[in-house]
Design a protein around this ligand. Structure first.
Ligand SMILES: [Zn+2]
Length: 132
């Protein structure tokens, strides 16, 4: 169980929402030049109208390379929101310890604490990608 209080959680939640909306706008901009008008419409709807439908899932079906990285980030955000709902947010998936609030502020979709993230990057150094 995380020790994050309600104020911290809602601040992180707001950051996730902000990033989510920004990503949707970006993807929409990219799709507007494509043949996929139904998705432009999907993304144009007000938040909440989509209900439980996953935007990431809908977009993943498109298999457009240009939006792949956005889809991954949308998924990360959706997963982080799910962790907030089931109270597992802020807990490292590797060691079960708490993730520092400062780290979550900088990187609200973080699934691992800093120590485990470093460990992982050492183990996967060959496929390492630059981190924020
Ligand atoms: Zn850890």
């Amino acid at each position: 169980m995380t020790t994050l209080d309600q104020t911290q959680l809602s601040k992180l939640n707001a950051k996730l929402d902000q990033r989510y909306q920004a990503l949707r706008e970006e993807v929409r901009g990219e799709l507007e030049h494509s043949e996929n008008q139904q998705f432009v419409e999907l993304l144009g709807r007000a938040p909440g109208d989509i209900g439980d439908e996953s935007v990431a899932d809908a977009l993943a079906d498109l298999e457009l390379k240009i939006i792949d990285r956005h889809v991954q980030e949308l998924r990360d955000i959706e997963a982080a929101r799910a962790r907030i709902s089931d109270a597992s947010f802020g807990i490292c998936i590797a060691c079960g310890g708490e993730i520092d609030y400062d780290r979550l502020l900088a990187y609200p979709t973080a699934k691992r604490c800093l120590a485990c993230q470093h460990q992982r990057e050492r183990n996967y150094v060959h496929e390492a990608t630059p981190k924020l």
